[in-house]
Design a protein around this ligand. Structure first.
Ligand SMILES: Cc1ncc(COP(=O)(O)O)c(C=O)c1O
Length: 467
């Protein structure tokens, strides 16, 4: 017999988000070995700039060879176990964080806690900020992993802030107030608000007015703010990324009480594309929180080898500057390419300027405006088209028919194949929807017939604008 915690379902492992991954694992696409396998479009991983890191490693073996002043530092690293982290690494990290934020904010290494990825950072913050049964408000749609990371072991509750496609899923004051009132009706004490900026799954950044609105809300309710900025280095277009710390500084609130209630989570999993290294962090102006979180980080430390290697990479400012710029350009080109291919097959997505994914509107392909119909469509995309995309319901989206597809974890050729597979399914779905319509309305032929079933030109690799 296992404990209740081990058996409880609040980690969300049975969501379509994770089920899709399991199906992918059983039958993964491989161009040579398994060309009809499932293509993984549900993984927000950045492989577009991996070559830049690889070539840094190749040309810098003198820096990464565990040598110090001619001797070996193997012993030093193998024995190192201080949970405060390697000072050189923490310095490199805060400088990198500032650079990604265009040096509009400076970060202090003493206010940083190293964690095993953002997963661990988010959970530690929940342990530090809330009791079991207390609540955090989170705008929808949100990252499916939050059910596991924030709720599962901590017993903290999530109360959704419902955002709507009508205003491009932006957070409004009324949505904030409604969520707060809803929590009160459920007799849950609200301890804070957590949001992801840039958003996963929307791929959008928050405007300064929105951040100010959130700060005002937190001031009014006297609650904490957690800003998950894990995608900060992926902002590739239009308005630049504004961190919650920058918004705070702009209002000269950096020395006020509210500044001790604002915390950042980040990691090197997305913009540097290193999820396997498990390097995450909490940044906060709250000394007591930093002390508690540092103690808790013992359960998920970053290995000293990883810290050592990354301290060398991040100390190379010429490299980080080049990497940040080039990575953003590659993401921009890839996103534009995907959007143009989707448009060619008649599909639209939310306008985005960041992230490793697009938030696609497939509402017109649902047989009814329900989540059952969304799951039905998701299954067809997964099993008939062989694409693991993630349905909106797994992100707690309140409107059926939205899907997240990732574009940075595959080659251009695989992405193109995915689009061809989607197109084939869309064609057959639209014809079925039309036939059903004709039967229901006893119409023999419809002009629309041509519109739906006409041969839409297949997007070609020639129209690429990728790197
Ligand atoms: C918003 C958000 N937070 C946290 C995580 C977890 O990241 P990590 O791999 O650093 O634990 C993810 C991963 O996809 C994410 O999208």
């Amino acid at each position: 017999m296992l404990s209740k915690k081990a058996m409880c379902k609040s980690h969300g492992q049975d969501s379509c988000y994770f089920l899709g991954w399991q199906e992918y694992e059983k039958n993964p696409y491989d161009e040579g070995q398994n060309p009809s396998g499932i293509i993984q479009m549900g993984l927000a991983e950045n492989q577009l700039s991996f070559d830049l890191l690889e070539s840094w490693i190749t040309r810098s073996h003198n820096k990464t060879g565990f040598k110090k002043r001619g001797g070996s530092i193997f012993r030093e690293l193998a024995l190192f176990q201080d949970y405060h982290g390697l000072p050189a690494f923490k310095k490199g990290l805060v400088d990198y964080m500032s650079e990604v934020r265009q040096n509009k904010v400076k970060f202090d290494p003493n206010k940083l806690v190293l964690t095993a990825g953002a997963t661990s950072a988010n959970e530690i913050l929940m342990f530090c900020l809330a009791e079991p049964g207390e609540a955090f408000l989170i705008p929808t749609p949100y990252y499916p992993g939050f059910d596991r990371d924030l709720k599962w072991r901590t017993g903290v509750e999530i109360v959704p802030i419902h955002c709507s496609s009508q205003n491009h899923f932006r957070i409004t004051i009324s949505a904030l107030e409604e969520a707060y009132e809803h929590a009160q009706k459920l007799q849950l004490k609200v301890k804070g608000l957590l949001f992801t900026n840039p958003s996963n799954p929307l791929g959008t950044t928050m405007k300064l007015e929105e951040l100010n609105q959130i700060i005002n809300f937190a001031l009014d309710k006297n609650i904490h703010i957690v800003s998950d900025e894990i995608y900060s280095g992926t902002v590739f277009d239009s308005s630049r990324f504004i961190s919650i710390m920058e918004a705070l500084n702009k209002r000269d609130l950096q020395n006020s009480d509210i500044s001790t209630q604002i915390h950042i989570v980040s990691s090197l999993s997305k913009d540097l594309g290193l999820p396997g290294f498990r390097i995450g962090l909490i940044y906060s102006n709250n000394e007591t929180l930093i002390a508690a979180a540092t103690k808790m980080s013992s359960f998920g430390l970053v290995s000293s080898q990883s810290q050592y290697l990354l301290s060398k990479i991040l100390a190379d400012k010429k490299f980080t500057t080049m990497y940040i710029k080039e990575n953003q350009l590659r993401l921009k080109n890839r996103q534009k390419l995907l959007v143009s291919w989707l448009l060619e097959i008649g599909m639209k997505c939310l306008r985005s300027n960041a992230g490793l994914f697009c938030w696609i509107d497939m509402r017109h392909l649902l047989t009814s405006n329900t989540f059952e119909a969304e799951t039905e469509l998701w299954k067809r995309i997964l099993y008939e088209s062989g694409l693991n995309v993630s349905p909106g319901s797994s992100f707690h989206c309140t409107e059926p028919g939205w899907f997240r597809i990732c574009f940075a974890n595959m080659t251009k050729e695989t992405l193109h194949l995915s689009i061809r597979r989607i197109k084939a399914l869309v064609d057959s779905l639209e014809c079925t929807l039309l036939q059903n319509y004709q039967q229901q309305h006893k119409v023999k032929s419809l002009e629309k017939n041509n519109l739906f079933c006409e041969h839409i030109r297949l997007p070609s690799l020639d129209s690429e604008r990728d790197h």
